[in-house]
Design a protein around this ligand. Structure first.
Ligand code: HEM
Length: 131
């Protein structure tokens, strides 16, 4: 069955996958994203996705979503961006964020794909020391 297949793909994805509703509240989070941010699904489900980022984005993220919904002008959807995530222990890490808008059973949700790039960033920093 295709729903079971899709679920297996999401559960086993290497990248983190988070879905939010139109208000920015987390509806689902896959095991990779849980591991990256150090939370269990129960700790984040129903909470604002802004809990997973440091300021200033943390304070502005609702506004980002509202602006997009009001203007249709995307800054990340279909473009992607390097952003900073905030783990439960307070540490931060860089990742590549891709967001897409999905029409799902008559309503709109957003899907975020999280690709950890901390290793690449570390290597980049070390290379700078040799330059
Ligand atoms: C917009 C940061 C996670 C959904 C934005 C913007 C920033 C941002 C900076 C707007 C950029 C601008 O207006 O110039 C972050 C950070 C995250 C994060 C730091 C770290 C956790 C997510 C996740 C989702 C998401 C996981 C979806 C599941 C959106 C949506 C918009 C947006 C729907 C508005 C559309 C757009 O601007 O293209 N975010 N975001 N964000 N973000 Fe996030």
């Amino acid at each position: 069955e295709s729903a079971a297949l899709l679920n297996a793909i999401i559960e086993n994805a290497i990248d983190g996958i988070i879905t939010i509703d139109e208000r920015g509240l987390i509806e689902s989070i896959n095991p990779s994203a849980c591991k990256l941010f150090q939370y269990t699904p129960a700790e984040v489900t129903g909470k604002n996705v802004s809990m997973l980022m440091p300021p200033p984005d943390r304070n502005n993220h609702d506004e980002y979503i509202n602006r997009y919904q009001n203007t249709g002008r995307a800054h990340i959807i279909g473009i992607g961006r390097e952003v900073t995530g905030l783990r439960k222990d307070g540490s931060q890490f860089p990742f590549r964020l891709a967001v897409s808008e999905v029409k799902y059973s008559g309503r709109k949700i957003y899907t975020g794909f999280i690709h950890d790039i901390s290793r690449e960033k570390e290597a980049e920093e070390q290379l700078k020391d040799y330059a």
